[in-house]
Design a protein. Structure first.
Length: 153
């Protein structure tokens, strides 16, 4: 069984809108590189939410990635942070979900323990995106370079 990691070509620049169908990359369940990335992202959540709730200069576009349908099969999706309080985030889906019953722009509530990644823009560079870095490393050289250029990496 595989989990899906969204490659999110729409993260090209701050405040850009997602494509009508966002690219995905299948990642096997238990993938050690992805597990390490998720662990690192979760460890950074307190700092991320500090920025999301009190943005610094030239920061914005705060996003979290979580499993839209916990269990199998997984659909990992990005959502824009609207508010965060305690261990709960109110967010709007940024991707066009593959799963029925969900829509891009739909408001959702996500517990911190469900978050597998986070990202935001600072001065035109994407900060965070630990799972994205794993996915980019699995792309062709040309695709990877294009994504790194878009993210300012």
């Amino acid at each position: 069984m595989a989990m899906l990691g969204a490659a999110l070509l729409w993260l090209a620049a701050p405040n850009t809108l997602p494509a009508s169908q966002d690219a995905t990359i299948a990642v096997p369940t238990g993938d050690p590189e992805m597990a390490t990335a998720i662990k690192a992202a979760r460890a950074g959540l307190p700092v991320f939410f500090g920025h999301a709730t009190a943005p610094g200069p030239d920061e914005g576009g705060y996003m979290i990635k979580y499993d839209l349908l916990p269990g199998a099969p997984s659909e990992f999706i990005w959502a824009e942070v609207v508010a965060h309080k305690g261990d709960m985030t109110t967010a709007r889906l940024l991707n066009a979900p593959r799963s029925a019953g969900f829509a891009k722009g739909q408001q959702v509530t996500v517990r911190d323990r469900e978050v597998i990644d986070w990202a935001y823009w600072r001065d035109g560079t994407l900060v965070g995106g630990a799972t994205m870095r794993v996915l980019i490393a699995r792309m062709t050289a040309a695709e990877a370079r294009a994504m790194r250029d878009r993210f300012g990496w």
